[in-house]
Design a protein around this ligand. Structure first.
Ligand code: GDP
Ligand code: MG
Length: 441
């Protein structure tokens, strides 16, 4: 695997300055192979690696991660960004039914997708209509009726022997039917060929012109690997599409096609299909796809754990500071900012046993509160920040003036800090962090 290969590339450099260009080159080579093995198209690999190298060159060496892990983290973040940069919801029509047209090669999974979309749309409170415009394959209409029934959705299909052989006419009639029966979404299933051909494209384009879709979804079998790019480009030029649906992700494809298609066509991947059953379907998750492309879900979990571990170490350092009575107003501000960054349920202190109390106290501060606190603390001298006991009335007045706040607000902050310090040092004592003195209560 990629992680095995990479571990051979590095000697450990933990905590020393920056990643060396040689380290980055070595990692880039391995990642390049991994991406090619995952069926990412070569030009996309090149652009991508260049971007990653540039970012890695500027990166500080992390305390928590070894160099290989750090570059992988960057690669993963970049992958997620590219795959998810433009992720967006379906666009619904402002008036009249929303029309979603499906296009793609035969066997890509369009008809199955029609059923999946119908089920999913119904779950969102819509009333989808499926329109059978694949009149090419003898069974196609029946197949759509079957998935429609499974999804509990109406299917509009030409009656056999009715002489209807024109998919464009069916498409038009389908829209009229939807208007009449108040279906708010119309999913138009179309025919595909085994390979791209001009007749297929012309037919799809004619249907598109007839129904003027709000979305045209290009349905792509993730298993077709490197052929994905040529196919996507043919459909982009022949019909045009506004989003991509990847199918057969339950197979063993690495999914690099997703990255190539996203990068080369600029259209977002909107849904993922992961099985033959209608429920095997979800909106697209860039993070899952990124770890699949890299083939290193385990390594990514490890990276996350290493980083969390470092946070715990930092928390312990903080606790030791407290115990030694070195917890200052600056540390206090730092903690507030950290909690703001992590959200109310996060918080460094939340990781320590029994620290829930403290976390709750800090979590109650809102953003404006933090900004004001920052302004007040910044208006203090270093000596005052270390030792708030010296804050007499005239110092408090000066600080209030300097920070654009009132003396009452300064008083409140000093008081809150005092309580926090008391609470934390008693906690540190009780739980015996390194360097902590025994609790005196
Ligand atoms: P169409 O020709 O584009 O309409 O493709 P179909 O919807 O008829 O699907 C072709 C085959 O692929 C069928 O046997 C489907 O059951 C199967 N299929 C479709 N989507 C998936 C998927 O996500 N996973 C798996 N394993 N099979 C799928
Ligand atoms: Mg079909």
């Amino acid at each position: 695997t990629l992680s095995d290969r990479l571990s051979g590339v590095f000697t450990t450099l933990r905590g020393k300055g920056r990643l060396s260009p040689a380290d980055i080159d070595a990692t880039a080579r391995e990642i390049r192979i991994a991406l090619l093995e995952a069926d990412v198209a070569l030009p996309v690999v090149r652009t991508f690696i260049a971007a990653v190298k540039q970012r890695a060159n500027g990166a500080e060496i992390s305390k928590a991660l070894n160099p290989a892990q750090q570059v992988i983290k960057i690669v993963n973040e970049e992958l997620v960004a590219i795959l998810g940069g433009e992720t967006r919801r379906l666009r619904f029509a402002k008036t009249g039914p929303t029309v979603i047209m499906l296009a793609g090669l035969q066997g890509a999974g369009k008809t199955t997708l029609a059923g999946k979309l119908a089920l999913w749309l119904k779950g969102q409170g819509h009333t989808p209509l499926l329109v059978a415009c694949d009149l090419q394959r003898p069974n196609a209409v029946t197949q759509l009726k079957v998935v429609g029934e499974q999804a509990g959705a109406t299917v509009f299909a030409p009656e056999p022997g009715n002489g209807v052989g024109d998919p464009v006419a069916v498409a038009r009639a389908g829209i009229d039917f939807a208007l009449e029966k108040h279906h708010d979404v119309v999913v138009v299933d179309t025919a595909g060929r085994l390979g791209v051909d001009a007749e297929l494209m012309a037919q799809a384009a004619a249907i598109r012109d007839a129904v003027d879709p709000d979305e045209t979804l290009f349905v792509l079998d993730a298993m077709i690997g490197q052929d994905a790019v040529a196919t996507a480009e043919a459909f982009r030029d022949g019909v045009g599409f506004t989003g991509v649906v990847l199918t057969k992700l339950d197979g063993d494809a690495r999914g690099g096609a997703a990255l190539s298609v996203r990068e080369l066509t600029g259209q977002p991947i909107m849904f993922a299909s992961t099985g033959e059953k209608l429920a095997d379907f979800d909106v697209f998750h860039p993070d899952r796809m990124a770890s699949r492309i890299l083939g290193m879900g385990d390594m990514l979990t490890l990276i996350e754990q290493a980083e969390q571990h470092l946070e715990v170490e930092e928390a312990e350092e903080m606790a030791a500071k407290l115990a030694a009575n070195e917890f200052t107003l600056e540390d206090f501000l730092g903690q507030m900012q950290m909690i703001r960054k992590m959200g109310p349920i996060g918080g460094l202190l939340g990781m320590l046993p029994g620290a829930g109390q403290m976390k709750d106290a800090l979590a109650q501060v809102d953003d404006r509160d933090i900004d004001r606190t920052a302004a007040i603390i910044q208006s203090m001298t270093p000596e005052e920040r270390r030792n708030p006991a010296i804050l007499n009335a005239s110092r408090r007045k000066r600080i209030a003036n300097g920070s654009g706040s009132t003396v009452t607000q300064v008083n409140a902050l000093v008081e809150r800090f005092g309580e926090a310090r008391k609470m934390m040092s008693s906690m540190a004592g009780r739980f015996g962090f390194p360097g902590s003195r025994p609790s005196n209560r």
